[in-house]
Design a protein around this ligand. Structure first.
Ligand code: PGA
Length: 250
């Protein structure tokens, strides 16, 4: 059975004090919901965020990225085992900002996915087309190859630890959201792509999130689509009230 998930990607926002303040505000808002709730603070605040959410248990703290190597001379990087050692269970991989500004490729992402799964980390794997791809009508071929190149070397059983996040690049941080129909069409295509390779069990069980300018005002309509199982939220995850308005859209 697939799950509903709402994950807040804080990106490079919030210092230690701001992280602690936002978490206490989130805890005030939080109550039993129909979705799993996650937040992804910066690396430097992961441990304090993890500690701050330990009580109450509803908010899972997750990482925004990791390196594929186990350890070694990779200045500035963090490994899967380091994340595991502080209690992190889930990592976002392949965000379009990582692809665009830090040269992450399908090939390097395949290695990161393998490393994360070897360490029993759940992966939220992000992908999505650019505006030019959509204008040219190539969005399905772009998304299809991003998924195939980074994930289709895996066994079917690996997919129980994977969540997919469709994030059209043209909708991230722009205020322009994919319409609920555009999101549904793409999510259906993604599920069909999984079905063609791995069969209906993997496809039906896959949680597929939408990301890109999700706000309290549009969350309900987007999450109402049958193949949309939740959201990866950037800007609106930085305000407790807005984030929980989105969570409560379920
Ligand atoms: P946004 O970001 O909600 O600010 O558009 C989404 C994301 O990058 O995950």
């Amino acid at each position: 059975m697939r799950k509903n998930i709402v994950a807040g990607n804080w990106k490079m926002n919030n210092d230690l004090a701001q992280t602690q303040t936002l978490i206490s505000e989130l805890k005030e808002q939080s109550k039993t919901t129909n979705a799993e709730v996650m937040i992804a603070p910066s690396y430097v605040n992961l441990w304090s965020a993890f500690e701050a959410t330990r009580e109450g248990g509803e908010i899972e703290v997750i990482a925004q990225n990791m390196h594929f190597a186990e350890s070694g001379a990779y200045t500035g990087e963090v490994s899967a085992s380091m994340l595991k050692s502080i209690g992190i269970k889930t990592v976002i991989l392949g965000h379009s900002e990582r692809r665009a500004y830090f040269n992450e490729t399908d090939e390097s992402l395949a290695k990161k996915v393998d490393a994360a799964l070897e360490h029993d980390l759940r992966v939220i794997f992000c992908f999505g087309e650019e505006l030019a791809d959509r204008k040219a009508g190539n969005e399905e071929s772009v998304v299809g190859s991003q998924i195939k190149n980074a994930l289709f070397h895996l066994e079917a059983s690996a997919f129980k630890n994977i969540v997919l996040a469709y994030e059209p690049v043209w909708a991230i941080g722009t205020g322009e959201t994919a319409s609920p129909e555009q999101a549904q069409d793409m999510h259906k295509f993604i599920r069909q792509t999984l079905n063609d390779k791995y069969g209906s069990q993997v496809a039906d069980d896959m949680t597929i999130l939408y990301g890109g300018s999700v706000k309290p005002a549009n969350a309900k309509e987007i999450f109402g689509k049958p193949d949309v199982d939740g959201g990866l939220i950037g800007g609106a995850s930085l305000k407790a009230e807005d984030f929980y308005a989105i969570v409560n859209a379920f």
